[in-house]
Design a protein around this ligand. Structure first.
Ligand SMILES: [Zn+2]
Ligand SMILES: [Zn+2]
Length: 242
């Protein structure tokens, strides 16, 4: 299969996970306890994938790639937290902050731009190798449920209806697909796109997901981060044996 079609197929799965995450918020009676384990597993897997696969591969492609990794990290910081007065992963429960209509919209813009780079990351991976594509896809899909959940909860808390909230979660999926399509057109830029989306991955893992993991009392969730790293090691070993 051509890398573009493989990326699109996996991108569709990621987009579905975003929408499902949104559905969990609007179906208030649905279980959601397990989502925090996705946060923890996701952050461990993403950090391992970024430091052990994405950064080394970026560096072999392009010597100046560390500057792009830093650029990707700072870009998400700007869009999610610099331009947004209030944003964090997990359920939005701060009703006072949500009275300001700019809060919901700016958080939506921040999450949409990061989701676009989730797609850029998946497509860059598949352009370079099937193994890298699968590893990046797992890093993305593990945080897609909490991501859809987060955006739908922000929309509900800022007084938008269930349909709008679900559409916002689906919109993040659409942004991921847009990132994949963009790389289909601009695959020649993969040397820049991979390190840039690596920086995005590090930001999401270390600065979006990890604080939510640390909020939780007890050690179970903190240890799940290590389980994410082990999952990465096993996945990589399994892929190399194929
Ligand atoms: Zn909040
Ligand atoms: Zn994401």
């Amino acid at each position: 299969m051509h890398p573009n079609s493989t990326s699109l197929l996996f991108g569709l799965l990621a987009a579905l996970a975003n929408t499902f995450g949104g559905l969990i918020i609007i179906q208030t009676h649905w279980q959601r306890e397990y989502l925090k384990y996705f946060l923890a597993l996701g952050s461990g897997f993403m950090l391992a994938a970024a430091f052990l696969e994405m950064i080394p591969t970026s560096f072999t492609l392009f010597q100046a790639s560390p500057a792009f990794v830093l650029g990707g990290y700072l870009m998400v910081h700007l869009f999610e937290h610099g331009l947004s007065p209030h944003f964090h992963f997990g359920e939005e429960v701060h009703t006072k902050e949500m009275l300001d209509p700019r809060v919901g919209i700016s958080a939506l813009i921040g999450l949409t731009s990061h989701s676009f780079f989730d797609g850029v990351a998946i497509a860059s991976g598949f352009i370079l190798s099937y193994e890298l594509g699968i590893i990046v896809f797992i890093a993305v899909i593990l945080h897609k449920l909490p991501e859809g959940f987060t955006v739908a909860s922000i929309m509900m808390a800022s007084g938008r209806g269930k349909l709008f909230s679900l559409l916002a979660a689906g919109g993040l999926g659409a942004a991921t697909l847009a990132g994949i399509l963009a790389m289909g057109i601009a695959s020649g830029f993969v040397n820049y796109a991979l390190p840039l989306s690596t920086g995005v991955t590090i930001y999401v893992a270390a600065s979006d997901l990890m604080p939510e993991v640390n909020e939780e009392p007890g050690v179970k969730l903190s240890l799940s981060v290590f389980a994410g790293v082990i999952l990465f090691v096993l996945t990589r070993a399994g892929l190399h044996r194929l």
